[in-house]
Design a protein around this ligand. Structure first.
Ligand SMILES: C[S@@+](CC[C@H](N)C(=O)[O-])C[C@H]1O[C@@H](n2cnc3c(N)ncnc32)[C@H](O)[C@@H]1O
Length: 245
């Protein structure tokens, strides 16, 4: 079973691939889309869950998503058809950094995908290239909420704390007009959903050749979370505008 297939099972019960509950996602979209007729781009869209939610509740919205995962984009296309929003959604399978568009966007989303650009500030620089005047960016990034263990650093790399993360963003010429720091409840719910879905799938498919590997993955990842990073990992989403155009 491929990593993408394992990820699809892990996120079956939590289609937003980030530690956010539905209300938080809805509020972030409201702050990013104040009119409802915007053009939206999601860089590293995965199954396009952010775009699908935005399109389903805003009939005049148009959206484009970019991701390297064909598995995720196929699921996104299917879901868009079911929701009746497919004609307002364009999906591109390519490196997010290579994406170009003849028309700018009013909102650029990139949540949990800054690694696609090599970090937070390069992601913001790329988003800026796609922004219409007065446009907004909705970005989601990890940070250290407490001193990380060596194992946590090994898994997530060299993150900043929350204040430093926001300082770097503002020093880069952006002003947060909304923000959300994932609660312990959201962080825990995301981890339980991922590793619980994987474990349940393995127990439900004992004859599948992948069952043992999937169960082992669920056990390993749950243990890495509980022993390695549960007490130090944080996640913040920011809705940003350029401080001056
Ligand atoms: C943690 S998921 C987040 C998905 C989505 N933003 C969400 O919040 O539900 C990260 C996504 O980034 C995509 N990705 C990773 N590297 C990428 C790249 N270089 N270009 C485009 N997408 C990339 C992955 O395929 C994955 O779908």
């Amino acid at each position: 079973m491929s990593r993408e297939q394992i990820s699809a099972i892990a996120h079956a019960g939590h289609p937003i691939k980030s530690p956010l509950d539905d209300d938080s996602v809805g509020r972030l979209l409201e702050h990013g889309l104040p009119r409802g007729d915007e053009r939206v781009l999601d860089l590293g869209c995965g199954t396009a869950e952010w775009l699908l939610r935005a399109l389903a509740t805003r009939p005049h919205l148009h959206a484009e998503g970019v991701d390297v995962s064909e598995v995720a984009l196929t699921r996104a296309r299917r879901a868009a058809s079911v929701l009746g929003v497919a004609e307002r959604l364009v999906l591109h399978r390519q490196e997010a950094a290579d994406f170009t568009s003849p028309q700018p966007f009013d909102l650029v989303i990139s949540v949990g995908a800054t690694h696609a650009f090599g970090g937070l500030l390069p992601t913001l620089a790329a988003a800026r290239e796609h922004l219409a005047p007065g446009g907004r960016v909705l970005i989601g990034e990890s940070f250290w909420d407490r001193e990380p263990s060596p194992a946590a650093v090994e898994m997530f790399g060299d993150l900043d704390d929350l204040a430093t993360t926001v300082d770097r963003v503002t020093a880069d010429g952006w002003t947060p007009v909304h923000g959300h720091v994932s609660t312990r409840g959201e962080l825990d719910a995301y981890e339980w959903a991922c590793w619980g879905s994987l474990a349940a799938w393995a127990l439900d498919h004992p004859a599948d050749p992948a069952a043992a590997h999937v169960l082992e993955t669920a056990d390993t990842r749950r243990s890495q979370w509980l022993h390695g990073y549960r007490d130090s990992f944080g996640f913040v989403c920011l809705v940003l505008r350029r401080t001056s155009q």
